[in-house]
Each structure stands twice: as C-alpha cells, then as structure tokens.
Design a protein around this ligand. Structure first.
Ligand code: NHW
Ligand code: EN5
Length: 388
C-alpha cells in the first residue's frame, strides 16, 4: 500500500496497538561521516537547486510554483496562496538552514517544478525536548505527478537535515500516511458570509435567508476586553513566559524561546497578527491570541479571485475567558477584512468553537513525527503545535 513510507522510520499501521514498543526515536542517529555526502539521483532531465529565499527572483519562482500547484480542497475549488512575505517569514526563522530550502529544476529550461522545505524547531514530546525539522511546502508540478518524485524529495531533505545532526521531523498533511500522532478537524467561522456563499465556500443553511445569515454572523465593531491591544516588541519577554507556561500542559508542543517568539509571534503586516491583554491595574500580560494570514485562490469564479482567511495560531487565556478572547480575535480579523477565520480543534479550541459559531469543515489535518514513536494516538486537545 505505501511502498515508500513502509521503508521509512515512522510508526507503521501494523504496529498501531503494540504497547511493547517504546516511546522515542525509532532508529539511532548514523555517525555523521556515514551520512550520504552526495544528493540523491533525480531522473536525468532534472537537477537540484538550493533556493535562496533572500533573493527576490528565487522567491518569485517558488511563489509561482506554489500558487499554481500547491494544496487544494477535495473538490478543487480553492488552492492555498501563501504570499511571498509569508514564505520568507515561514522559511527564515532563527537558525534556519538555506540548504533545507530545496527545489528541482528542468535542466533544459531551468523551470522550477518541485519544492520541499525544512526549518529547525525544538519540539517537546512529554518531558523531552527534541531538535527537529518542520517539513512543509512539498509540491510537485501538476504535470509531473505520480512519477515517484515526492519520495526522492523527501529522502533528499532528510539527508540534508541529517547533515546538520538532526534526526527527527514534524509535518502535517491532509492525507493519511503511516501513521498520524493525531488527526484534527478544521473549523470555519464566517466573517463575510455573503462572499463565502457566492464563491461556494459555504452554503445557505436550511431555512435560512441571506439576510438572516448575515445577521447571525455579525460581530461588534469594538473588542470587549479591557487592556486588549496589539503585541509590541517590548512584550516579547512577557509573552514568552506566558506561552511557555501555557504550552507545558500539552503532550506535544514547540519549546519557544524569546527569539522564536519574536520571529513567530510579533505582528508582521499581512503575515501574522498578535494581541494581548495587559491588565489595566497591574500591567501584567495575562492573555494572548494570534492568527496568521493565508489567502486561497478561488478557482474558476467570475466575481472573486481570492478568499482572505485568518488561521488561529497560538492563544493563551489565564484571566480573560477564552471565548471572549477569541471573540475579540474574530472582531480584529473582521476589521482587517478577512472573509473567514479558521481553526483546528487543537489545544483548548473545542471550548470556544461551537459557542462562537464556527462550523466543521470538510477537511482534516493529520500530524506526523518522523523517526519518533509516541505510545498512543493523541487527542487533538493534547496537541499544542500549529504548523503553517
Ligand atoms: S502537506 C502538503 C503536500 N503538498 C500538496 O498536497 C501539494 C499538492 N500535491 C503535490 O504537489 C504539507 C503532490 O501530490 C505531492 C506528492 C508532492 C504531495 N506527504 O511523487 P509521487 C507538507 O508539505 C507520498 C508525504 O508519485 P505525487 C508536508 C505517497 O503516499 N508523503 O506522488 C510534507 C506515496 O508514497 P507511498 C506524501 O502526487 C511532508 C508517494 O508520496 C504526501 O506526484 C513530507 C507518491 O509519490 C504528503 N503530503 O507527489 C514528509 N503526498 O509510500 C516529510 C503523497 O504511499 C518527512 N505522499 O507509496 C520528514 C523528512 C525530514 C526527516 C528529518 C530527519
Ligand atoms: C500543511 N500546512 O480541505 C497543510 N480545506 O475544512 C496541508 N473547506 O477549507 C494540508 N470542498 O469546509 C491541508 N467550508 C489540508 C487541508 C486542505 C484544504 C481543505 C478545508 C478545511 C476547507 C471549506 C470549503 C469546502 C469547499 C468544498 C469548508 C464549509 C464552511 C462552513 C462555514 C459555515 C459553518 C459551517 C462550515
């Protein structure tokens, strides 16, 4: 069934109920000199390229490949349209390796036809913090599908991760592979219901008119929480403390330090938005919420070409009830003209989704670890990790 994945150090379906297998690395690190020094072979018409994401030209090429060939929903109505600014942010976090941004070109035309990336991250699994690669943006041009190029891409990124003495990875996918550590559900909160219905993202509910639907999803213009404001650079130490303390309770989460928080959570226009609650009395930072911007191209629609979606990122509530905090996040997203606010059922999200009028989507997201076994499947609420 999975000729490639059965050959890799990942949890296998046949081992699923086996409680005798230990939690932790599936295979030990190879001594570095024994890591293959040359790239894997590609079919002879293609060549490897390391993508310099500082270069405007390279960034354009990657953007164009993904815009035309990256992830679509199951009915091919929408396709993720990560922006260039987003890609530069996602691919250049603290300590990133340029060698982990890997393209494939056609030798004759130099056209970029495939891509895969890794970025370094410290991921905690129970008490153990593991240096990992987060793998993302695997893409093969539509005309080159089903030629077994993806396994070569994956082996090559694995080799380049190994060369940095890193032996584990985390990744997500909409497809089932051997074997998920957990499976999450996408939920969607309409902000602009008229447009969502017009483009086929959502449908008018039974016994609902357009005007009743618009009224149902109306939000206040102003946020409700006293002391709610945009995160600023001087907040990095306080947000890091708040977030580290919060993420402890989940079985799997990133181990963020101040540099990571500065990179991943300081607001960046059209990429990531973060807000916090500063107590008006004590000036303590007590709550935090954030979302990232990921538009989708609308395929074959007359009236609209893009859907502007906000994706729930990391949220922490200690004083403000989580549903009030997230309602304020919805208000900010609406003010910034997003059409929809998406969230997974990770962390404590279940506790606000229904109350804030999110509805379940038709997509699922499976989370995976490479070369690291966990003893049971996790519940989504035991997961404290959001990948882009
Ligand atoms: S998930 C998004 C992936 N990208 C897309 O869906 C874009 C549109 N689709 C495509 O471009 C986020 C192609 O369909 C792709 C497959 C390229 C997906 N993950 O070349 P073949 C990520 O980026 C397996 C992993 O013929 P193709 C995370 C498939 O099961 N494996 O297929 C990426 C089969 O293997 P099997 C996937 O359609 C994580 C083989 O590929 C997969 O032309 C990567 C078929 O290859 C997926 N999403 O190209 C793993 N989709 O065993 C990282 C299919 O079943 C692992 N496959 O025969 C860690 C590495 C680092 C380790 C460090 C220590
Ligand atoms: C790697 N970082 O399927 C990610 N999206 O539900 C790669 N559905 O938008 C893996 N099909 O349900 C990504 N509207 C896997 C996800 C791929 C994209 C995907 C789903 C997630 C999605 C929408 C549109 C469906 C269009 C037809 C959906 C219903 C919304 C409705 C709003 C009102 C309340 C009820 C729900």
């Amino acid at each position: 069934r999975h000729k490639f994945w059965e050959s890799q150090p990942v949890g296998q379906f046949k081992d699923l109920g086996d409680t005798s297998l230990p939690e932790g690395p599936i295979e030990p690190p190879t001594p570095l000199p024994e890591v293959k020094q040359e790239p894997y072979n590609l079919p002879s018409q293609y060549e490897w390229v390391t993508c310099d994401m500082d270069s405007k030209e390279m960034c354009d090429e990657v953007y164009n490949l993904l815009t035309a060939n990256y992830v679509e929903d199951d009915e091919n109505m929408f396709r993720f349209n990560y922006t260039k600014e987003f890609l530069q942010w996602a691919l250049r976090p603290p300590g990133y390796y340029r060698s982990w941004h890997i393209g494939v070109r056609v030798k004759s035309s130099k056209k970029l036809v495939a891509f895969i990336t890794g970025v370094p991250a410290r991921i905690r699994v129970r008490e153990t913090v593991v240096n990992m690669a987060e793998i993302n943006f695997l893409c093969v041009h539509k005309k080159l599908r089903s030629k077994r190029l993806a396994p070569v891409m994956i082996k090559e990124v694995t080799r380049r991760v190994h060369l940095e003495n890193i032996w584990q990875a985390a990744y997500t996918a909409g497809v089932v592979l051997p074997t998920p550590i957990t499976t999450c559900q996408y939920w969607h909160r309409s902000l602009n219901p008229k447009k969502l219905i017009d483009v086929g993202f959502s449908r008018l509910g039974a016994r609902m008119t357009m005007s009743r639907t618009i009224k149902l999803y109306k939000l206040p213009d102003q946020t409700a929480t006293a002391g709610f404001r945009k995160m600023e650079p001087h907040d990095v130490p306080a947000v890091t403390r708040l977030l580290r303390n919060y993420l402890k309770q989940f079985i799997v989460s990133p181990d963020f330090d101040e540099n990571d928080v500065e990179h991943w959570l300081l607001p960046k226009e059209n990429v990531v938005d973060s807000f916090l609650v500063e107590s008006p009395e004590t000036h303590e930072i007590t709550d935090f919420c954030s979302f990232y911007t990921l538009p989708s191209s609308i395929l074959g629609c007359q009236n609209y070409s893009t859907l502007k979606a906000a994706y729930s990122y990391y949220n922490v509530s200690t004083r403000t009830p989580l549903n009030q905090l997230m309602n304020d996040a919805l208000i900010m997203a609406k003010r910034k003209d997003f059409d929809v606010f998406n969230a997974l059922d990770v962390m404590h999200n279940e506790t606000f989704l229904k109350e804030l009028k999110f509805g379940p989507g038709d997509g699922k997201l499976h989370y995976y670890l490479y070369n690291y076994r966990t003893r049971h499947m996790l519940r989504p609420s035991e997961l404290g990790l959001v990948l882009l």
